[in-house]
Design a protein around this ligand. Structure first.
Ligand SMILES: Cc1cc2nc3c(=O)[nH]c(=O)nc-3n(C[C@H](O)[C@H](O)[C@H](O)COP(=O)(O)OP(=O)(O)OC[C@H]3O[C@@H](n4cnc5c(N)ncnc54)[C@H](O)[C@@H]3O)c2cc1C
Length: 335
């Protein structure tokens, strides 16, 4: 590291840890402070090869990951590969052996850059930059097939069996289906919610979200139109949909803003996974080795996803957690 960067920037502790991990590192800072030079030199220090999938498939949609503009393919039988190879067997041709990539966005990093981009001409999605930087792979399978396998876990995926030492059970409102099957009696219920999209009538524009506290609805401008949402509904997760609140809120909202026709054939419905104390269940599964729980985020799963991910990762890798995980333990329910 010193050879690579001493003339440029001093890394802090977090920076060194990130670089040593050999995983993707995000460098940010004001322009002109040497980020690009550091990134290129760090990558050169490793000098190794990663295997980037050509594309991955999610729900029948193709997401292109290999990007010739970012990934530099190398000959798999090259000297470089021989010295570093983790696979001596012949290469699966769905993967491309590449030099460890350096992805430079330039300018401001926006949220859109972290999202999938659909190419309407080619009819596939382009993976976001951080996936390309990781050479990431996403496998989909039925979590109900998860089973202990020696010290680790095994489940079936569309691409065959997947084995891992650790498994994180993060199934939101469906978590109890698997926890029950594994012998846990954890209390999990749902608060359901609905929304519908509308076109704005005429030239009307809604420039910011509006919350009508007195009459209990919320609407805001989104890409699809105006989204009208309702309050929480107490019902069983799989009970028949009853968007009664939406039907009542719609004429009231129309008093305030000229909503035109509905844009969805059915109201969207989601379920917030709630525990009795409204805290999530995060941490080791008490009855199983190398199994971790991360569910029950109730109203705040979108907000808390990143910190819950960090907490689980720190516990799983034996690091000191950044917050005391005790309040989230499954053992509080006598599990
Ligand atoms: C109407 C509504 C409004 C909300 N508003 C907010 C808000 O403003 N802010 C906020 O922070 N949070 C909000 N939330 C809460 C947030 O959406 C949840 O807390 C969050 O989605 C939970 O994340 P999760 O990853 O635990 O579960 P989920 O996002 O529900 O993901 C669980 C995943 O598991 C998958 N799955 C289930 N069973 C299986 C199986 N057998 N095999 C494989 N996969 C399976 C599901 O398909 C799903 O993709 C809202 C929720 C609702 C319903």
């Amino acid at each position: 590291m010193r050879r690579a960067s001493c003339t440029l920037v001093r890394f802090d502790r977090a920076g060194q840890g990130g670089v040593n991990s050999g995983r993707a590192v995000l460098l940010y800072g004001p322009p002109g402070n040497g980020k690009t030079s550091i990134a290129e030199r760090v990558s050169a220090i490793y000098g190794d090869i990663i295997y980037v999938p050509q594309a991955i498939e999610v729900d029948g949609q193709i997401i292109k990951v290999f990007d010739p503009a970012l990934h530099k393919p190398v000959q798999t039988n090259s000297q470089e590969d021989e010295s570093n190879s983790i696979r001596k067997e012949s290469l699966d041709r769905r993967y491309v052996a590449c030099k460890r990539p350096v992805v430079i966005t330039g300018g401001e990093l926006t949220l859109e850059m972290l999202d999938l981009r659909y190419d309407p001409v080619a009819k596939y999605y382009e993976a976001p930059l951080h996936i390309k930087a990781l050479g990431g792979t996403f496998l989909q399978g039925n979590a109900a097939t998860l089973a202990a396998d020696g010290e680790g876990w095994r489940m079936r995926t569309a691409k065959g069996p997947l084995e891992a030492r650790d498994a994180v059970l993060a199934l939101g409102p469906w978590a109890d289906v698997l926890t029950r099957a594994l012998g846990y009696d954890l209390p999990l219920a749902v608060k359901r919610g609905y929304h519908m999209h509308y076109r704005a009538a005429g030239e009307a524009r809604l420039n910011h979200p509006v919350l009508d506290v007195e009459r209990g609805y919320f609407m805001g401008p989104v890409r699809r139109g105006i989204r009208l949402t309702t309050g929480a509904e107490f019902a069983l997760r799989d009970a028949i949909r009853t968007p009664v609140q939406l039907g009542r809120a719609e004429p009231i909202a129309r008093d305030l803003f000229p909503l035109a026709e509905r844009l969805d054939t059915e109201p969207w419905m989601g379920a917030r996974p709630c525990t009795p104390d409204m805290l999530p269940v995060i941490g080791p599964a008490p009855l199983h080795r190398n199994l971790w729980f991360a569910f029950g985020h109730a109203h705040h799963g979108l907000t808390l996803g990143a910190v819950s991910g960090r907490l689980v990762a720190e516990m799983l890798t034996g690091e000191t957690p950044f917050v005391d995980p005790a309040p989230y333990s499954a053992t509080r329910f006598g599990a």
